[in-house]
Design a protein around this ligand. Structure first.
Ligand SMILES: [Zn+2]
Length: 113
């Protein structure tokens, strides 16, 4: 999880933030889901070689699940990869995910309704 006050990444079971000292209550724990973009190696494809995709994994009070995947890409498509990444990122933002933390290219949170 991330501190609701300063967005520092904390262990899921944290009950205070080591950065700003805020006490983390169970309401804070239950308020947000967190999403992280990872690179997944999908395997070998005929004529394409090893293909990868970006995958957006969610964790929070509703458990762990995959919310979105990018298009597949391989290492010969270097120029396309940032576009594929950005497309996934924009899709997440459209779904209500907010970029958070220092490395906000990869990390998002969303309030649970
Ligand atoms: Zn904090």
């Amino acid at each position: 999880m991330f501190c609701p006050n300063c967005d520092t990444q904390l262990p899921d079971e944290a009950n205070f933030c080591w950065q700003c000292g805020k006490m983390i209550t169970s309401a804070d724990h239950n308020q947000y889901e967190y999403c992280h973009i990872e690179t997944i190696r999908l395997g070998w494809r005929f004529l394409r070689g090893i293909v990868y995709c970006f995958s957006a994994k969610v964790s929070g009070p509703n458990g762990h699940y995959l919310t979105k995947k990018s298009k597949e890409w391989n290492l010969n498509q270097e120029q396309k990869v940032p576009l594929i990444f950005e497309e996934l990122r924009q899709n997440l933002i459209r779904d209500g995910w907010q970029p958070i933390g220092k490395d906000d290219k990869y990390n998002f949170r969303r309030q649970i309704k």
